[in-house]
Design a protein around this ligand. Structure first.
Ligand code: RBZ
Ligand code: NIO
Length: 362
């Protein structure tokens, strides 16, 4: 199994433009007024081109929820205490969390990963209820030093690649990203600020629902983290190490692994998109394999999606994470695969095509 970061980055190819054109030609020929299935047709084209098949299949779906803790919680950046992270991991295992219910509704599985929770979850890993990839027990406090070492950042990304590779090897056809980690909207906003050049004030939101004073503090903490760590925006691993998180690195790796194996990956909200941004900086062609599930209510997510050049499928005022938006988008992605797979063309269906005059088909 190749999980070496440099080799995976080199192995990620843009989606083939000839396949895109072939898929688009068929979609333009379906027995509907041209483009009347809107963005669904773009998704269908993307799926067909990724799989290099006119019968793309995304039936076997998996959400991967990556969990990790954050030393920066010591600065009072979240409305909730850090112990909620392991408590929620146990809730995922018990099947009672939002992601369990929404993934089940979509006919998808949920894989929970300990990327760096600051609690002992080895009992769950031993029982194979979660995957144990703990890089360390929570990151360092990025307000006073680096969140992690460069080696830990690479280890986190390579863990994500390994997980994608394992799941795809087991037959998964569509991946979705998810996160759990109290405090993780803070490193996510920091990553966006560094990569986009926008100020922390322009990209920082309220996460779990902090008030005005706490938001001001969160912005100051991010400013301080960037000032004291001086991450190099041209070196994505450096940025991840200095102001990122273990689960964010894992998400970046999952996306890179998906792209390497030519499997589409649905990106959830703000934190997942921060992971996607790291993946894009490491391998720009990986964006071809990404599908943005939704636009989160978290302030900054719109900018994040702009940085990724991705158009969200849904806009449901979600601001939860866990992979919930990805699970909700799964049925739409699957529907898009069926549009190109199962619908008939004008000729096949015996339906008269558009007239020559005033037709966008012409
Ligand atoms: C009970 C609970 C369940 C969650 N599920 C996802 N998050 C979300 O909220 C956290 C990020 O927000 P912040 O940066 O403000 O801490 C992450 O854990 C994210 O997954 C949750 C948060 C809580 C409290
Ligand atoms: O968009 C998200 O994923 C999000 C937003 C706020 C808190 N947790 C997650």
């Amino acid at each position: 199994m190749n999980t070496n970061l440099d080799e995976v980055i080199l192995g990620i190819r843009p989606v083939d433009t000839v396949w895109r054109s072939k898929a688009r030609a068929r979609l333009n020929d379906l027995a509907i007024p041209l483009n009347s299935l809107g963005n669904l047709l773009d998704l269908a084209e993307q799926l067909a081109a990724i799989q290099e098949s006119m019968t793309p299949s995304v039936k076997r779906k998996m959400i991967v929820t990556m969990a990790g803790d954050h030393g920066v919680c010591a600065e009072g950046v979240s409305a909730f205490p850090q112990e909620v992270t392991p408590q929620m991991v146990r809730n995922f295992v018990a099947g009672g969390a939002a992601i369990n219910v929404l993934a089940e509704a979509a006919g998808a599985g949920v894989t929970v990963v300990d990327m760096g929770v600051a609690a002992d979850l080895s009992d769950l890993a031993a029982q194979k209820k979660i995957l144990g990839y703990k890089v360390a027990s929570g990151t360092g406090n990025m307000a006073v030093g680096p969140a992690m070492t460069r080696e830990q950042a690479i280890k986190a990304v390579e863990a994500g690649i390994e997980i994608a590779t394992r799941l795809i090897g087991d037959g998964v056809e569509l991946l979705g990203t998810g996160d759990m980690g109290i405090g993780n909207t803070t490193p996510s906003a920091a990553l966006l600020s560094v990569f986009s050049g926008k100020t922390p004030r322009q990209v920082t939101g309220r996460g779990t629902g902090i008030g005005d004073a706490a938001l001001e503090n969160k912005i100051r903490v991010i400013e301080q983290a960037i000032a004291c760590n001086q991450p190099n925006p041209r070196d994505a691993i450096d940025v991840l190490a200095r102001v990122g998180g273990f689960e964010i690195g894992g998400i970046a790796g999952l996306i890179l692994g998906a792209a390497y194996h030519r499997v589409p990956v649905v990106v959830d909200g703000f934190i997942s998109s921060a992971g996607a941004l790291v993946a894009k900086k490491l391998a720009p062609a990986s964006v071809d394999y990404m599908i943005a599930a939704h636009q989160s209510l978290e302030f900054g997510h719109r900018l994040m999606l702009e940085e990724l050049s991705l158009r969200p499928i849904l806009n449901l005022n979600l601001r939860l994470g866990e992979g919930t938006g990805a699970a909700l988008a799964f049925p739409i992605v699957e529907a898009a695969s069926r549009v190109i797979f199962k619908m008939l063309t004008f000729t096949d269906a015996g339906v008269t095509g558009p007239g020559k005059e005033d037709s966008a088909h012409a």
